[in-house]
Design a protein around this ligand. Sequence first.
Ligand SMILES: Cc1cc2nc3c(=O)[nH]c(=O)nc-3n(C[C@H](O)[C@H](O)[C@H](O)COP(=O)(O)OP(=O)(O)OC[C@H]3O[C@@H](n4cnc5c(N)ncnc54)[C@H](O)[C@@H]3O)c2cc1C
Length: 397
Amino acid sequence: MTTTAISAEPVVIELGDDYADIRESVRRICADFPGSYWRNLDEKQGYPSEFVAALTDAGYLGALIPEEYGGSGLPLRAASVILEEIHASGCNAGACHAQMYIMGTLLRHGSEEQKRKYLPDIASGRLRLQAFGVTEPTTGSDTTQIRTRAERVGDTYVINGQKVWTSRALYSDLMLLLARTTPADQVKRKTDGISVFLVDLREARGNGVDIRPIRAMINHNTTEVFIENLVVPAENLIGEEGKGFRYILDGMNAERILCASEAIGDARWFIRTASAYANERVVFGRPIGQNQGIQFPIARAYAETRAAEMMVRKAAARFQAGADCGEDANIAKLLASEAAWHAAEACMQTHGGFGYAAEYDVERKWRECRVMQIAPISSNLILSYIGQHVLGMPRSF
Ligand SMILES: Cc1cc2nc3c(=O)[nH]c(=O)nc-3n(C[C@H](O)[C@H](O)[C@H](O)COP(=O)(O)OP(=O)(O)OC[C@H]3O[C@@H](n4cnc5c(N)ncnc54)[C@H](O)[C@@H]3O)c2cc1C
């Protein structure tokens, strides 16, 4: 009989303990951007220019860009740690995660010429690539039904259509745009005939592109983009014409892992804030945290966060190893967004009426955290992925 040696040193994974140097450095940057900074932006629906500049200067926005193009060439887990710490510090990484995953499509599928032209400037912060135009007024979850149309005319494409919820389009130099190059009724598979374009918004605004802000529940600088006879050079097509849906899909696992990391960061912020308040607030002559009705929801959210965080690490590790990580990335996103929401609810309830006071930041973080169950993919669509692709049940739509 053979025996397998069991290491005397168990692998202990603690919440928020890997990449300690990066975490510490991100926390230091975030300390300069306290709640008042975000509350002020929230009120004005402003863009966090100073915060984005600070992270860019520290090299964090180019974390995933390979060194040969001027970035830091870090693994996905490092990027996920950066975003987690930003959210755990009470800040918001909307502008940062977008740049990290949008850039991935250019990195994986762009030509060498496109990469040399754009990536070094994105890494240095001279160019912002933070807008991704996928969703349309009539098309959300079912991306294949997009109506924005790009037609080849000589060495250009002429694009017409409309996008909605295109976040940061007013603050980004470049936008990745998804459009149909072959009508849906002329393709074999509905995922065929969709292409990705890199649109230079500096030239396009007023020349075929009109961007209007949407007043939303959270400050995400989100917009509607109206596109009328926009002329884009054919050299701005990413990869091959008609294969764009696939390009977008393979960036989605990275996106889910990064968003899940932000949710873990939010959950940590809510749990820390709720526990502190529960210890300090005295009602009926004792700290409210002494009541199980207050203590248990916080404890449960903590347990859920620990479990979700292990899935995030597993998904990131499989992504990095080049293994299929669809199941893990989806589960990580589902569990992390739910853990964060339960932590948000516990934190809100713990604060009683003060949870509604803007200066506590609880209501802002609570609003911000809720969107993770809807965008970039809703929980139902993840459950249908698990039902169909993991458990082999019939497609539900
Ligand atoms: C703050 C914010 C920022 C955003 N930023 C961007 C961005 O930068 N770029 C971009 O392209 N988009 C962006 N979006 C859009 C986002 O990706 C979509 O809202 C999301 O994909 C869902 O699409 P939808 O809103 O059209 O919902 P729909 O597709 O209309 O679905 C509505 C509801 O029905 C459910 N549903 C639909 N079909 C099924 C089914 N078969 N089974 C079960 N349930 C189903 C969905 O899960 C959802 O809960 C953003 C959205 C928000 C709120």
